[in-house]
Design a protein around this ligand. Structure first.
Ligand SMILES: [Zn+2]
Ligand SMILES: [Zn+2]
Length: 227
């Protein structure tokens, strides 16, 4: 298993490249602002061929380069329908203050949908690049947030791409439009229940963690969801 990553854009959203090995096909998870060049460098460095782009949610700092990659490499972009509208209207996912700053942050850019787009339902398995990803709908940070789970292999534990659901010692914010705090607590409970302790958690921002560490230390796991 080969997983490489770099933080993209001013909000340092983690962009991941995952492949069975060097010289193989790969997927990209969350290509954010100006990530296309970093992706191209990793593809070149490890002799990889891009097969698909997986989005954990629709916030611009995670999806910014998805259309460019889809156009350049002719690959599909996978997104949950709950966040699809954010691909072409990033301000929709932000409070008015931040939405106002968006054009300053991003410049005047016309956001268009990727030429190939696949809607996720949650609960399905995606096969790309010789890897099988279980898709888990984990709403709360946004309505269409998903996590992607890669089964454990001979050389690695289970791997979980959590987007902005779960960070090391924290969770994503829920004060943007579409955010839902009780829902993110339920989603957090779900992933901590459904994955073994040694699962490698690769979050949307900040350092890697494990499910075991989060189960022990994440303060939000102690909050009782308001059902
Ligand atoms: Zn986000
Ligand atoms: Zn983010």
């Amino acid at each position: 298993m080969l997983i490489a990553a770099f933080p993209a854009g001013p909000l340092a959203a983690n962009c991941y490249v995952a492949a069975p090995e060097a010289g193989a096909e790969c997927v990209v998870v969350d290509p954010g602002q100006d990530a296309a060049q970093g992706v191209a460098e990793l593809l070149g460095e490890h002799d990889l061929t891009l097969s698909a782009v997986l989005l954990t949610h629709g916030h611009f700092d995670h999806v910014w380069s998805a259309t460019e990659l889809s156009e350049t490499y002719g690959v599909p972009v996978c997104v949950h329908p709950g966040d699809r509208a954010l691909l072409t209207d990033p301000a929709k996912g932000l409070d008015p203050g931040l939405a106002g700053q968006l054009s300053a942050l991003l410049g005047e850019v016309d956001m268009v949908e990727p030429p190939r787009l696949e809607e996720l339902a949650g609960g399905e398995k995606l096969s790309y690049a010789g890897l099988e990803f279980a898709v888990e709908h984990v709403p709360g940070h946004t309505p269409g947030s998903v996590a992607y789970a890669l089964a454990a292999g001979e050389d690695h534990p289970q791997v979980l791409f959590t987007g902005d659901l779960l960070f090391a010692g924290s969770i994503g914010r829920t004060d943007f439009p579409g955010g839902d705090h009780p829902a993110i607590l339920r989603s957090l409970e779900q992933v901590c229940r459904d994955h073994p302790d040694d699962t490698a958690v690769l979050p949307g921002h900040g350092p890697q963690t494990t499910i075991g560490r989060e189960r022990a230390d994440n303060p939000f796991l102690r909050e009782t969801p308001d059902r």
